[in-house]
Design a protein around this ligand. Structure first.
Ligand code: SF4
Length: 1093
């Protein structure tokens, strides 16, 4: 049996659960509920009485035309509950031009337009399904929950969110018996934090590397406190939600922190508005027990703690696809049955919408000077039971969190001293981990927990140590969890634009209620919704602002698994020294010039870095103030970057609503993710996991091929697992290739940058006349190809590597002439040219099979093919990166054809842009291995035919169009780059024995670092490179043999020149290569003159 929860205005509750509970059945309120029972379902569809009250209040508070007209017959007629209400109010408001009323009406209409509400379970149903847990031994439940957690996607990772806590306002219309957060207005003190205060604290967090700005506030304070309404009006905002929206927008824009908003009960329209400026939102359900609402209960006189209201908001968040946090509060007068019921309600909503990203299982802690100051706190056992119940009910993959600063201290381990108190906390933390949590929630190096001010957050190292003692690795995350980032399964999906969803809903309402109502008369939310469908967008995040959107900010912050990247390093850019890293703030904003500055690594220092280098002035300013003891009332000078909104409140002479945090020595902790993928300088498990150990032994001892899922597991290695993977790859490299590191002296010739394809990652290609980005469109004449080839040969090169865009005038004959031009200039040079895409284009243009065309190229002098244009061999990823390019099957077909005609190829993987890394990378590696196995099956193992080497190519993001649009990450992290090379060595052994470190992508020093992770080759000396440099890379012009060999020797290895096919180059060429003859200037032609035809 089930029922629908009704409109908040009726205060109707789930009647059936109520009747199942041993509660007074004859209370007047209960009788009232029953009387309304028959109306509940119907009432849920009508705008609420509170809606009308709000409209009247808004009109009364603002002396405008609406005030005199709200009592018109039309509005009066709208007051009774009924379907015409919203329309009448809206029409009236539109006619009057009253923005506040219009917003309220739109909100009500949107609510009324909601889909059928989700039936919530009755208590009997819940107990029937989960009641067995009530009587089960806690140890059994914990064991079961821990196994569930460990077998899910969390594995050995326990996360936390480094944050700043921003209590936007502490006024609240509720009066919860346990709360010290809510405060009445205080004379001469502001009710709301000013935007200056908000931004100053957020900037401190950004400078300290936090990822989350937690905006927490009381519910609708303006409904109870005239001071709140008045202050909002002074600031130019119609409601607290509007102010929160403005604050979140400013935080995102000025500091790069990602807002997580806890703004209480609200409408779907408000949730959608806030979705545009926040990474996630949340509302604790706390409890569904109606007992708590009665006199003497924790939620007496708390209209927003009405479970129906809260469930309604949580369901609206599901419809709006908001990554949502909820949870229960344990020990406020609720029973274990109540907890099961509350969890079951959330579970039911999550089954329908999948939007609940985490469950907070929070225990009540008694606070002085509250109505519940003497209320007994629940023991640890009660908290553990609730955690296990949540894990068992929600399964392995739900994120279940228990705040570490609230953990009950068990008397056996407790004590008064700091050390014994920490020891007692760690006992509790270990128990919570054993009960199945996988997250510690937000903790801050900057601000305190304003909801529990007497419970400081733990030092990060203590938490990491306790986590490591349980065999888990502590990792920082964003306020939005990895599963909601749209990366799993390949890439962000095309989706209806969020504005369009809102507009469609409101349009539908208009159409249903008032046929012919012109859209122009609709509110701004509708009129603004003209965005096209099909724009790339993740369902859970808003990407509609491009590079300025919250979705883009999230992508800038994450690694391939969706955790906080927390590292300054990016492919293509020279390493920066530590001081620069510290000064750059947390993240990067794209700069049109391509000179974007990044840093997600951070360090809180008492010697703060100079602020000028920060891309965000406020973060830089904060890094200066962070080391300064600040007076509570001190309001800093408004930085120039702050907004016009801030100006409206600068004139106030009132004191701030909260103290700006002091920087306290001893509470400094630093978060940065190091190359091993773990928190830098923090305790971690010291031994690799048995599973990883077993897989590595299988490869090293028995040559067992790693399967796709096993590769994916290895590609997620961190900490001790990472160390073990790199060591195994290095050992396999030593056994297979010895200690020599090879490289080829070569020259790259990119013969045109004109291209008809539209790969979203490519900054190199241009239309025939486009001159944006780096220089104009060009072709390189045949004579210049010949000249460059001859020059390269004279400088000791044995190879020319030629690739270019797909010029619309090019045919298969063009490529044949390119080869001939090079061979004519230097007959002994090895021509390594043409990606599978170019082969496909050439063969197709001549109507030849791939094999026939490749034979003609070979006859012309082609020596081998670069295995580029592969990007990621995963069609889901390719549909985003290069939708009009050849698909995975075609790429494999062309390369297979090359192998069959006796042409060797290299193989590549361009990684770290839009894909969820490990899954797609593992798939790619398996395809390459199978391709090489096919070549060996035809020509024989060791025949030298097939793939000569594997070259991982980290995505260089700076000027990549997909990044500039805000739809890609900042390339792979250094951890991912090293790991991919190592895993590739393990995956491709013994079929592809050369793994190359691309110094063009990562720089010479990092390439040397890769030599210790399975690499045995440094690629070519290049002489000229255009493609990676067009994407913004600083490397690539030339790494002369002398310098190359210095780098290799410095890494403890022996350099060796090689040919393209890993043979020995002619002695005279090697001798020439050490000369220092400067290159002659390059010659280009316009794409339509004198070029290639
Ligand atoms: S990657 Fe190659 S095919 Fe794609 S747009 Fe760039 S040049 Fe053209």
């Amino acid at each position: 049996m089930a029922m629908y929860y009704p409109s908040a205005s009726f205060t109707c509750q789930p009647v059936s659960p109520l009747t199942q509970l041993p509660k007074p059945a004859n209370l007047p309120r209960v009788r009232e509920h029953r009387a309304f029972n028959s109306k509940c379902h119907q009432a849920a569809w009508y705008p609420s009485r509170a809606h009308h009250v709000r409209i009247r209040a808004a009109a009364a508070a603002e002396p405008c035309a609406a005030r005199t007209h709200t009592n018109t017959p039309a509005t009066k007629a709208a007051k009774p509950f009924g379907r015409l209400c919203g329309l009448s109010c809206r029409t009236n408001a539109v006619a009057l031009g009253h923005a506040t009323v219009r917003r309220a009406c739109t909100s009500a209409m949107y609510t009324a337009n909601a889909e059928q509400p989700t039936p919530i379970p009755v208590m009997a149903e819940v107990l029937d399904q989960y009641g067995w847990m009530l009587g089960s031994p806690l140890e059994e439940l914990m064991s079961r929950a821990a196994v569930l957690r460990d077998n899910g996607q969390h594995g050995a990772i326990v996360s936390f969110s480094p944050k700043v806590f921003l209590p936007i306002t502490r006024l609240c219309r509720d009066m919860c018996g346990y709360c010290t957060f809510a405060q009445p207005p205080r004379p001469a003190r502001r009710a709301f934090m000013t935007l200056e205060e908000i931004l100053q604290i957020a900037a401190q967090g950004a400078a300290a590397g936090c990822s989350e700005a937690l905006l927490t506030l009381g519910d609708k304070p303006e409904d109870r406190w005239p001071e709140a309404a008045s202050e909002l009006m002074d600031m130019g905002f119609g409601s607290t939600i509007e102010y929160v929206e403005a604050a979140a927008k400013a935080i995102l824009r000025e500091t790069g922190l990602l807002p997580h908003i806890n703004a209480g009960v609200m409408s779907e329209l408000d949730l959608r508005k806030l979705k545009k400026v926040s990474a996630s939102q949340g509302l604790m359900l706390e409890s569904t027990s109606l007992e708590l609402m009665h006199s003497g209960g924790a939620h007496h006189n708390c209209p927003d703690k009405d479970p129906a209201s809260r469930l309604k908001t949580i369901e609206a968040a599901g419809r709006a696809a908001v990554p949502y946090t909820s949870g229960i509060l344990v020990g406020i007068g609720d029973t274990r049955s109540d907890r099961l019921h509350a969890l079951a309600c959330l579970h039911r909503l999550n089954e329908r919408y999948g939007h609940i990203q985490e469950l907070i299982i929070q225990n009540f802690r008694a606070k002085p000077a509250t109505a519940m100051a003497t209320w007994p706190e629940p023991p640890l056992e009660e908290l553990l039971w609730a955690v296990t119940a949540a894990r068992i009910m929600f399964g392995p993959n739900m994120n279940i969190q228990a705040p570490p600063n609230l953990t009950p201290l068990e008397s056996a381990a407790g004590g008064s001293s700091g050390a014994s108190s920490l020891a007692a906390l760690q006992v509790g933390w270990r128990a919570l981990l054993d009960a199945g949590i996988n997250d510690w929630g937000g903790i801050s190096p900057i601000t305190r927990d304003f909801v529990n001010p007497d419970k400081p957050w733990p030092h990060l190292s203590s938490l990491a140590a306790a986590t490591a003692a349980a065999g888990k690795l502590l990792l920082p995350r964003l306020p939005v969890y990895p599963a909601f980032l749209g990366l799993r399964g390949g890439a962000p999906q095309p989706n209806r634009h969020p504005d369009e969803e809102t507009a469609a809903a409101v349009r539908g309402e208009l159409a249903a209620r008032a046929p012919g109502t012109p859209l122009a008369a609709a509110p701004a939310e509708v009129a603004a919704a003209g965005n096209p469908l099909g724009q790339l967008s993740c369902r859970w995040l808003d990407f509609s602002g491009g590079q300025d959107s919250v979705g883009a900010a999230v992508l800038r912050s994450i690694d391939s698994e969706g955790f906080l990247r927390a590292s300054a390093w990016v492919a293509g850019r020279p390493d920066v020294d530590e001081q620069e890293v510290l000064s750059q703030g947390q993240q990067e904003r794209a700069q049109p010039s391509g000179v974007s500055i990044i840093s997600t690594a951070f360090s809180v220092s008492h010697t703060p870095p100079p602020p000028a280098a920060s891309p965000w002035p406020l973060a830089a300013a904060a890094s200066m103030t962070i080391a300064t003891t600040m007076e509570e009332a001190a309001i800093p000078t408004t930085p120039a970057a702050t907004t016009a909104e801030m100006g409206s409140m600068a004139a106030t002479a009132q004191r701030g609503s909260m103290p700006i945090p002091r920087w306290r020595e001893g509470r400094v902790w630093r978060v940065a993710v190091s190359v091993d993928g773990a928190l830098e300088g923090m305790p971690r498990p010291t031994d690799p996991s048995p599973r990883v150990t077993s897989l590595l032994e299988g490869v090293l001892a028995r040559g067992r091929p790693l399967q796709r899922d096993e590769l994916e597991l290895l590609l997620r290695s961190r900490g001790a697992d990472y160390d073990a993977v790199c060591a195994a790859a290095d050992e396999l490299r030593r056994r297979t290739c010895g200690d020599t590191v090879s490289y080829v002296v070569n020259r790259n010739i990119n013969y045109t940058n004109v291209c008809t394809y539209k790969c979203s990652f490519c900054a190199f290609s241009k239309g025939r006349t486009a001159e944006e980005l780096r220089g104009p469109a060009y072709v390189v004449p045949y004579e210049e190809i010949a000249r460059r080839t001859a020059e390269a040969w004279d400088r000791g090169a044995t190879e020319v590597c030629m690739q270019g865009g797909i010029h619309p005038n090019f045919t298969g004959d063009t490529y044949l002439r390119i080869v001939s031009a090079a061979k004519a200039a230097a007959p002994a040079v090895h021509v390594h040219a043409f990606s599978p895409l170019e082969v496909h284009h050439g063969a197709t243009s001549l109507g030849l099979t791939y094999e026939r065309y490749l034979e003609r190229l070979a006859v012309a002098g082609l020596g081998s093919l670069p295995g580029t244009a592969a990007e990621v061999l995963h069609d889901h990823v390719r549909s985003v990166l290069c939708p009009d390019k050849i698909d995975t099957a075609t790429w494999l077909k062309v390369v297979g054809a090359a192998h069959r005609v006796g042409l060797c190829t290299t193989s590549t993987l361009m990684f770290g842009s839009v894909e969820e890394g490990p899954a797609a990378w593992a798939s790619h590696l398996v395809l390459l291995r199978e391709l090489q196995q096919q070549a060996e099956a035809t020509a024989g193992h060791g025949s030298g035919v097939g793939i000569t080497e594997f070259v991982p190519l980290p995505f260089v993001h700076m000027e990549s169009p997909v990044y500039i649009k805000g739809q890609a990450r900042r390339g792979p992290s250094l951890h991912e780059i090293v790991l991919l090379h190592a895993v590739a060595r393990l995956a491709l052994h013994p079929h592809v024995n050369n793994v190359q470190a691309s110094w063009v992508k990562v720089g010479p020093s990092r390439a040397a670092q890769l030599l210790a992770a399975g690499c045995n080759d440094m690629g070519g000396s290049i002489m000229n490179e255009s493609i990676t440099r067009a994407a913004g890379a600083a490397h690539g012009q030339e790494l002369p043999p002398v310098r190359m060999e210095e780098i290799i020797r410095a890494a403890g290895r022996q350099p060796r020149q090689r040919t393209t096919l890993y043979g020995m180059p002619p002695v005279e060429q090697t001798a020439r290569s050490y000369g220092t003859v400067p290159l002659q200037p390059l010659v280009f032609a316009a794409p339509t003159v004198g070029g290639l035809r």
